[in-house]
Design a protein. Structure first.
Lengths: 291, 366
């Protein structure tokens, strides 16, 4: 009951308001085109006719929600997943490079964090550059990296995954440095009195203590990996993937297609983030965290 | 004294580079000097006990050696440098690493010296990144289209400052800053409203959290369609990208003040506005600055990516996509450099303001 009152009702209301606003804006933004059409045909158009017309334009300025839903239904269920017109196919292309980049980025981030925590030299000299590395708008130059790697015959999944890796290693590295340093001095001292080796301190104290930090940063990392994969698909001549769908849609003015791709990407991000949240809960419970 | 294994290896490599062929065309001044200086540096590292004076000598020698090694690059025949050259490069690199290690281990009494050494460490690390980049790219003859050497990028930057400035003006000064200001400002105001109305907080915050994780860059083509290809459409993308991080962080920050402090404000009989201005907003500042920092990189990204979908013939995103098409990779790297510089500077500026505003925060009180 509490759950319904505290989250379903408010979230549902806000979603409903967004939906209503969306329809309203669809009518307002699409109306000039209809009026124009009517004026050209030399007729006047009634308000009710205007509203129904704005809901089913071929290339609306802002497609109505049901048009987007229809487009998603059509491209997901009606077309076989192997076809190049299927959203499932494009979604899979994006998802595979997202996951590869995310896995590599998480691994790199963890390794860097371990090295930084154990070496004072690296902590002082490398850490500032890790932070600086993220002020480079890599997302903005992602297309260039793809094109250049293509020019030397590195194609396919890897270039896109590299961009996701570059983006996702950062939150993991920073979070894990914090996490691996999170054990209290008392606990570290206790390990010293046990005469524990560095490896033992790491596996029995630092690593378990860093788990909450790891999952928090992995959530950020997976979301940003997806963004990297999508932007990485923009320049490959619009071959495959959600990014390619966006670009093709913007070239041909297929707004419904753009919105469908956007919603698909949003759903994918939501699913990935909540999946990691789920794994985090499982791990936490196994480690004895009571909520 | 305990000899560092790094120094031993570097000494062996330097000795080897003295006898092995370097692959240079003829015996010139630089031809012999670089391995000799590396050898001298290795000797200092190995035989002179570590002290401040020997550390300074090591640093100077290693960087003179790096200078000579880069100078040598022009002297090679088509076959490129040979094994002796690479021995001295690796030796010099190991010695530089050793020097950085020794510098990191030093403790200074005066805080100014400590600050200087904390600054010098990343600078040395970055400098060696550039040195190795230059030597490896030119030494192995990596095609410039894949990775141009830093010297080529620097030359390109020097040669095309007016173009870079015009692009910077269009993308950063117009689109990114306008969008950043509007997005952060409206996110902030929305957060205060959301915080005032509990129903909105319960309903809007989960959605805000979700949207903050979404690939918002994807709306760039739609914004370009709606607002045209001038800077307004880029600013619109930036507004939407920066709005949600600001909203989520500010709402979290407004909840950050302790119950005790809030009770104290109640006993003072302070109004909502007074509590907000004197307690909750100051307490929220670390969170707000966190959002401002995240947004400063997002703004630049949004503005550049949006230009890929249509722009006038000026702008950093436009220049990048055009020069990639013409395979002028050095110009692209010049734009990357400008973008990185602008990103780092704005990040640094926000950090400075943060320090001034949240001087009371435990992380700044040492």
């Amino acid at each position: 009951m509490n759950f319904i009152r505290n989250s379903v009702v408010p979230v549902g209301t806000v979603l409903l308001v967004i939906l209503v606003l969306w329809y309203a804006f669809a009518v307002i933004l699409n109306a000039p085109f209809e009026r124009d059409q009517a004026a050209r045909a030399g007729t006047t158009i009634s308000t009710s006719q205007l509203i129904t017309n704005t809901m089913k334009q071929e290339r609306p300025v802002l497609p109505a929600p049901h048009q987007v839903a229809e487009e998603i239904r059509k491209t997901v269920f009606d077309i076989s997943p192997t076809s190049k017109r299927s959203l499932v196919y494009h979604g899979w292309v994006t998802l595979s490079s997202t996951l590869l980049g995310f896995a590599l980025g998480t691994l790199l981030g963890i390794l860097l964090a371990i090295a930084i925590v154990h070496s004072r030299t690296l902590d002082k000299s490398l850490m500032p550059w890790i932070i600086t590395s993220q002020t480079v708008p890599i997302l903005a130059i992602a297309p260039m990296i793809i094109v250049v790697l293509n020019a030397v015959n590195i194609t396919g999944l890897l270039p896109k995954a590299m961009i996701s890796t570059y983006l996702s290693f950062f939150p993991v590295a920073v979070g894990m440095v914090k996490g691996l340093r999170s054990p209290e001095i008392m606990h570290l001292d206790l390990m010293r009195t046990y005469n524990a080796s560095k490896a033992q301190v790491f596996w029995k104290l630092r690593w378990p203590a860093s788990m909450p930090y790891l999952f928090t940063s992995m959530k950020i990392a997976v979301a940003i990996s997806l963004v990297g994969a999508i932007v990485g698909e923009l320049p490959t001549g619009a071959v495959a993937g959600i990014g390619a769908r966006l670009l093709a849609g913007s070239y041909y003015g297929q707004t419904v297609q753009i919105w469908a791709a956007l919603i698909a990407a949003a759903l994918m991000a939501a699913v990935l983030v909540s999946l990691i949240g789920l794994i985090a809960n499982l791990v936490n419970r196994r480690m004895g965290v009571r909520t | 004294m305990r000899r560092s294994p790094l120094a031993v290896v570097a000494f062996a490599l330097a000795a080897a580079s003295l006898v092995l062929p370097t692959g240079a065309d003829g015996p010139g001044f630089l031809f012999f000097s670089a391995p000799a200086i590396v050898f001298a540096a290795a000797a200092v590292a190995l035989f002179v006990p570590p002290s401040r004076a020997s550390l300074i000598a090591l640093l100077i020698l290693v960087h003179v050696a790096a200078f000579c090694l880069i100078g040598l690059l022009g002297a090679f025949a088509t076959s490129g440098p040979a094994i002796g050259y690479w021995c001295s490069v690796i030796g010099a690199w190991l010695l530089a690493w050793l020097a950085v290690q020794r510098l990191a281990a030093l403790r200074f009494k005066s805080p100014n010296m400590q600050r200087l050494s904390n600054l010098a460490l990343p600078v040395l690390f970055g400098a060696w990144l550039l040195i190795l980049w230059e030597i490896i790219v030119r030494g192995f003859g990596v095609p410039t289209i894949l990775l141009p050497p830093p010297s080529m990028i620097a030359a390109r930057i020097a040669a095309s400052i007016p173009t870079l400035w015009a692009d910077f003006q269009q993308t950063f000064l117009k689109a990114a800053i306008a969008g950043y200001a509007i997005g952060c400002g409206s996110g902030f105001i929305a957060a205060i409203v959301v915080d005032r109305v509990p129903f909105l907080r319960k309903g809007l915050l989960p959605i805000g959290n979700l949207v903050a994780a979404l690939p918002v860059v994807g709306i760039a083509p739609i914004m370009v369609m709606w607002f045209g290809s001038y800077w307004e459409s880029k600013a619109a993308v930036v507004v939407i990208m920066t709005f949600f991080p600001m909203l989520v962080n500010t709402v979290a920050g407004l909840a950050a003040s302790g119950a005790m402090e809030r009770d104290l404000m109640r006993t003072y009989g302070s109004t909502y506005i007074q509590t907000l201005l004197k307690l909750r907003l100051p307490a929220a500042m670390p969170f707000i600055f966190n959002a401002l920092k995240i947004n400063s990189t997002l703004a630049l990204i949004g503005a550049i990516v949006a230009e890929f979908f249509g722009s006038p013939i000026v702008g950093m995103g436009f220049r990048i996509s055009m020069e990639v098409g013409r395979m002028n990779v050095d110009m692209v790297w010049a734009e990357i450099f400008v973008a990185a510089l602008a990103g780092s500077l704005s990040y640094g500026l926000i950090t400075l303001i943060e320090r001034a505003v949240t001087f009371w925060h435990p992380s700044y009180r040492t």
